[in-house]
Design a protein around this ligand. Sequence first.
Ligand code: NA7
Length: 547
Amino acid sequence: MPDTHALVEPSAADQVATYDAIVVGAGISGMFMLYRLRELGMTARVFEAGTNVGGTWYWNRYPGARFDSESWTYGYSFSKELMQEWDWKEHFSPQPDTLEYLNHVADKFDLRRDMQFRSTVTAAHWDDATGQWTVTLEGGQQARSTFLCTAIGILSAHTLPAIPGRDSFQGPAYHPARWPHAPVDFTGKRVGIIGTGATAIQAIPEIAKQAKQLTVFQRRPNWAAPLHNAKIDKAEMEAIKARYDEIYAHCASTAMWFIHQADPRKTLEVPPAEREAFWEKLYGEPGFGIWLGNFRDIGVNEKANAAISDFIARKIRQRVHDPKVAEKLIPKDHGFGSRRVPMESGYFEAFNRDNVTLIDTLADEPIECITPKGIRTTKQEHEFDVLIYATGFDGVTGAFDRIDIRGANGLRMKDAWADSPRTYLGMLAEGFPNMMMVLGPHTARGNIPQAIEHTVQFQTGILRFMRENGYTHVETRPEEVEDWTRTVIEAAEKLLSSKVPSWQTGVNRNVEGRNVPRVLGYNGNGVHFRRKTDDVAKGGYKEFVFR
Ligand code: NA7
């Protein structure tokens, strides 16, 4: 008798691989999520658009890209062995070293065997009947899972400038988040760069050293302060390793999970000379101290903020030789620290070079269009060999918007979040069962890798709890979502930053409908956030619905 089974073609449904969990993204979040899912004995598949691990540090290969957080507080802390074997070479790690570190982590824990690269997720649909997510990739491949973990980053949806003629430029044009893998040689080149955010502030001093001519098109200046990076020698690294427990415990005890702790004094209560000396000290020290270790009211009190802004403005005037250029580099529309403060290495001095020109596109020369030869302003056409669009990202929700995510009853995430994201702790979103968001909107962020580790711990805690109790379905409770959303909005209202347009408040004028500030993160104290999540876990996750 012939074996008829052998003749039956498998149906399309049979060909769809099924996992316990699908993770979208192989950056710091996705890598750690995979590690923890495996520990739970779950089957998991990671889909990643790039050709390797690293996320932000895979994509952003532009000259000058580096941490502006201390390297030794910005790696994984889940493995003491990993911490002891990895030597950070610089206090603020440059992108190539960070990418090497993340590849080392992927090798050490054999992560790539559950990862599929060159795999952009275009859709993720929840099916109420089967209690499963179906994930679709750009090429049409599909996979199913009980849980969906979004590890898509807060700054991964890069945006190009919405300027007429953008695609007509005949030379190479780069966005820093899609930088070529081979170094770009600017020698003898006329380079134009649009944007003066954290990315451009890192790139400009480096490109200026090589280019024949660098023209910076600035729409609105940003406050920036010196990074004071330095190498770490063997002895110093050993000393850091010996203190890791203490360092990480200290970070967990600060509001933003960095080593920096706000000074408990209020700015205007401190005598001016003492205040000035304190600011001089902070300005001379490495890292975010001038922002996060400053007097505790600079982010909430307008007079205090005006005082520190005046101090930083004086520093810019001292560092930039041409007073007219210095004035253009000083922000007048927002105070120091009310947008994310980029830390710089020779940014202001770059404008003292003969080969660097600053163009103020708001006051002096608005950009009219991009042409085949360069950029036309209201005054002239500037010709370039290379253009750089350092024009940022559709922050926090942008990466979600690029995937067609549909939850219970076909609810589209874009519709659900049209006014505001609705989440519980930024961990799960209302209406999207079994979807865990790492760095989702309305969560606490601060020190990003530490936020990631905390979030993944919390979420895999839920998964363990579900397994122990025989549950397969988790969702948020409406009253808890309401309460958390209110908490997040109230925490933001006190801050001067909540009114200032930036990626942090979800404003990106290159994206339709993104011109009104929104609250996209939990800006309360990170210590309170940790306590809250720990209490939810200890209490048996009563704030969620399981079945
Ligand atoms: P940012 O900080 O959002 O900066 C983008 C810059 O590009 C900013 O100066 C914008 O000016 C400018 N921009 C954007 N679109 C245009 C157009 N159409 N015309 C002229 N200028 C434009 O992004 P980054 O990549 O620098 O940094 C993102 C984060 O990455 C950073 O905060 C770190 O956390 C790491 P605007 O201020 O909107 O006037």
